[in-house]
Design a protein around this ligand. Sequence first.
Ligand code: HEC
Length: 139
Amino acid sequence: MNTKHILAVIAAALAVNTASAQDGAVDFEKQILPILKEKCFKCHVKEHEEDGKLKKPKGGLRLDGAAVIMKGGKEYPDENVVAGKPDASWLLKTMALPESDEYAMPPEGKGDRVTAEEQALVKKWIEAGASFGAWKGEE
Ligand code: HEC
């Protein structure tokens, strides 16, 4: 891509963001982060100690920072969140699976399901370009 092309792409992306902000874009920090905190953080945050045991992020996936969310886990690097493509984003796909499915998240019996309304918000957020706004979270 030459510089001119890159600038055109950035301009287009900005135009999309502005348009969606006007019709009530999803705010990651206010609307998506609380869902992840409540239903995913138990297993998908930075390595830490808990009750004297070292807890590593499951599947190598962390959801506690913007960069690590985009980086993804072991099986699906770069495909945890694919901006503009909810159908290609494993973050959403795993939430949407029936609890009995082996890939469902949270795993069967290991936490509350993500509701249809919450999934719709995540979908809308990814469709609109998966912007984190000013939020960076943990590095
Ligand atoms: C009780 C623990 C637990 C919770 C809660 C949990 N997960 Fe997971 N997650 C796992 C485990 C274990 C794996 C690894 C699965 C494997 O390797 O078979 C995993 C893997 C994943 C992967 C695949 C990562 C990769 O690239 O390999 C995604 C995506 C994922 N989880 C999303 C989520 C989301 C979104 C939530 C919240 C809605 C969530 N998880 C909640 C335990 C959990």
